[in-house]
Design a binder for this molecule. Sequence first.
Ligand code: SF4
Length: 83
Amino acid sequence: MEKRYCRKCLLAELDDEKLAREVKDAIERLDAKTRVSDPEYKNRLDICRDCDYLNEATCGACGCYVELRAAAKSGRCPYKKWK
Ligand code: SF4
């Protein structure tokens, strides 16, 4: 069963290390059919790094964890900076 993230947590309630590990684990659970290639993943994240919406690993435009979104073939940038 896929683990979901609580959108109601306050920053004070978050464990940064645990959260980072859970996002990484979610990326690793993506199978080859649903995951982008490593070069495409890097390209997407390079664009996010230069984007003013990037805020502590999340996208300020949509609230997602950019690394998880960028890893999925179905992931899209809300501003079409990458697709
Ligand atoms: S997903 Fe798009 S809007 Fe969000 S941080 Fe990345 S480049 Fe910026």
